[in-house]
Design a protein around this ligand. Structure first.
Ligand code: ADP
Ligand code: MG
Length: 225
């Protein structure tokens, strides 16, 4: 398993990490969200569901409905293995794996992994252990509150995911605030550490123009060509 450990200082920073994880997920994957009440599992799940292309309104907490299935609308440029739907399960009120059978589990889990074209995200997975794939086959996200707004988040990824695109970036980089816009940037972003391409280009321009320092006052002729 690959382990990464991060300390986030706000829900937005946690969201940037979740969006990074979304970039390495494929249809059939299962994500376990572990941690006490208030640790940030639902906060993490919401960004994950949205980053996978689901409507943010459908990504609300499933605590009362227990299972929330959203259709993903991946961009036309998305990977062919992007999920077509995301199932978010909150198992807090379930007592055993048998309880899930009554919730249409067959449509979510098949042959030991999430159903084809589905990503499954589970809060309180330990309550329905028998209904889930072995831990070693899942992404495991464990969250711990270390202060009012600080969270320690550990993510374990199966070894078999090593060759997936962007896994390296997720492991090596930390979520960062864009210096220019202040927005949180996910570790897997192609414009990292900038929020977008325009900001990245602007910074590159500044960097280049900074290198060519001007040693005399600018004169009207300089503006030519
Ligand atoms: P859980 O599902 O684990 O019970 P929730 O996500 O519902 O937890 O609640 C976590 C609460 O903590 C939310 O109100 C969220 O805004 C707050 N919070 C504060 N700081 C953070 C952070 N760094 N990461 C995630 N959530 C945070
Ligand atoms: Mg929750």
């Amino acid at each position: 398993m690959h382990l990464l450990s991060r300390e986030t200082s706000s829900p937005e920073a946690t969201g940037a990490l979740a969006a990074g994880l979304a970039d390495v997920l494929r249809a059939g994957d299962v994500v376990r969200l572990e941690g006490d009440l208030g640790a940030g599992k639902t906060t993490f799940a919401r960004t994950l569901v949205t980053a996978l292309g689901c409507d943010p309104r459908s990504a609300s907490s499933p605590t009362f409905v227990m299972i929330n299935i959203s259709d993903a609308h991946p961009q036309p440029s998305s990977r062919p293995d992007a999920p077509a739907r995301v199932a978010h399960v909150d198992a807090y009120r379930l007592r055993s794996s048998e309880d899930v059978e009554s919730l249409g589990w067959d449509a979510i889990m098949q042959h030991g992994s999430a159903a084809p074209s589905t990503v499954l995200i589970v809060e309180w997975p330990e309550r329905i252990e028998d209904a889930l794939p072995p831990r070693s086959a899942c992404a495991i996200v464990s969250l711990l509150a270390t202060g009012e707004r600080s969270r320690r988040i550990e993510i374990m990824l199966p070894d078999s995911w090593s060759t997936r695109p962007l896994v390296h970036e997720l492991i090596e980089r930390v979520p960062i605030r864009c210096q220019a816009t202040g927005a949180w940037v996910r570790p897997t972003s192609s414009t990292y550490p900038f929020a977008d391409q325009r900001t990245k280009d602007a910074d590159l321009y500044k960097w280049f123009s900074g290198k060519h320092s001007i040693s005399r006052p600018i004169e009207p002729d300089d503006a030519e060509d």
